[in-house]
Ligand binder design. Sequence first.
Ligand code: PA5
Length: 432
Amino acid sequence: MKLLNYTGVLDFISKESIESLEAEATEALHKLLNKTGEGSEFTGWVDYPYNVDNDEMKRVIQVSERLREQSEVLLVIGVGGSYLGAQAALSILDVNPLKKKDKEVIFVGNTFSSDYTYNVYEYLKDKDFSINIISKSGTTTEPAVAFRIFKNLLKEKYGSKYNERIVATTTLNKGALYELAVTEGYEIFSIPEDIGGRYSVLTTVGLLPLAFRNIDIRAIIFGARAAYDNYTKSAYLENDALLYAAIRNLAYRAGKTVEILGLFEPRLHYLGEWYKQLFGESEGKDRKGLYPSFHTYTTDLHSLGQYVQDGERLFLETFIHVEKPANDMMIPREVDDFDGINYLTKFSLNEINKRAKMGTIKAHVSGEVPVLDITLPEMTPYYFGYLVYFMMLSCGVSGYLLGVNPFNQDGVEAYKNNMFAMLGRPGYEKYL
Ligand code: PA5
């Protein structure tokens, strides 16, 4: 399947320079496949689509069915890679977000905001709910704080049976969460030690919340397998994952410092959030890296579009458009044509959106913004799995091309150390 069209970069990045990265990009891919690159101890996600444990998948479905029987709401507690993949999938696969759901997933523990946490707390008081606490380390403060608060609410509502409503997804045999889960008797799912948070969407981290919403999690894995087959085997010039990684790096080497993911579908909003973490934590280190951001188009063409067209020339853009929406609409023709849009009535809304994308590519290219164009056939579980695997593999390759370790995130500790010192945590006085 062809995802990527890169003709919109060729005015700035020559075909020859793209071709010249073949050896480097292929070597980077081999480092991932052979586990010989930096951070290789966290590359378990590379082969994971084929290493999924079938019994564990069955247990995910069984547990999600039990949770569905006992709860209207699944409260997912986690931060960063422990929730963004599930949130991206839920919003992409929710054909009509305005429709009231009989089963809801709510995310907390990704902020210290008292207002947000209080509002969820109040909302849950008269709902039947269960908790999926997700933390690989089992010690991250935001989810730990939220877990205390909402576990207390479970105890108030369900007494000694509260533990039957908690599922812990964490590293087995270590960490505070694992110990607590064993002591208090929660259902436990494991996060493989060799898969870091932002690469964990295809594991139980991402899959249990999706199974709760009855999403076909096997189709997600089949999509990821198809992407694995395609991008680990195709030659460079036919390999969109390698080309995407190479072109990002060539743009960066040519002075572009910001990548904007231009999303032509509001349901892709949380994919943008997931992508920000994936590329931001993987590449933003050693004073290097394209800054990952996302815009929703055409919405943001009426706000940030001016800057992209005419402001500082910082950008590489990567557009994502969905070929076949779940639903499409025609515009009614009016006899008087007061608003002058009768000329649009021969197009469906999706066809207009597609032409808006084509017009934007032409405009931004003329404004010296190289544009990559990704077309996703449909927003289905299969293509979600395909797309996230494509992005994770590109990100790993791109990080190696950049010369960084894409699998650590030491920079995340700086704010934590200061915050702990300011909150009087013993041992952190030196950060005051
Ligand atoms: O990518 C990562 O590893 C991190 O961003 C984590 O996802 C995030 O910090 C949450 O960590 P944990 O799952 O250990 O609570």
